[in-house]
Design a protein around this ligand. Sequence first.
Ligand code: NI
Length: 184
Amino acid sequence: MAILPIYTYGDEVLNKVAKPLKKVDEKIQTLIDDMFETMEQANGIGLAAPQVGVSIRLLVVDVSCVKEYKHVPPMVIINPQILETRDEVLMEEGCLSIPGVREEVWRPDVIKLKYRDRHFQEHVEEFDGLLSRVIQHELDHLNGELFVEKLDSKTRRSLKETLEAIKHGEVEAKYVLAEKSHVA
Ligand code: NI
């Protein structure tokens, strides 16, 4: 397994709509294992493939480090599709691609999700609470969207400098970041 560098705010791959997977071959299995290792090393609870520079509809989630979720097994979610949502809630979010920024975001509490697992088996399942939150955040990455885009304009203004700095590679994290290809 390998630790993969994480792409940060401003990198083009994070703004792209990722492609659905038609199957899970050996290369994808390796990528999944590497994504779990990368996420764990960065103390993350969710990671989407575009964050490691691969524009496909794949994400991994592991919330077992959180007390109430310690029995929840790690999940691989491929080609996810939200079928239903209900009950909006406010919850704080952060993102490995936007180091140091944490803000509260409104999202549905409950989602009904259709997805495929790492064996390409289809599931339809309901999630709520933290698990639902992480899945929705990661699913946004597959659509080229970041959580800071969901904030009100005042909060976004207050983050402007920080985000500009990350865009220009002026950022540090306790995990490996991908090098900026277009530092101005
Ligand atoms: Ni994120």
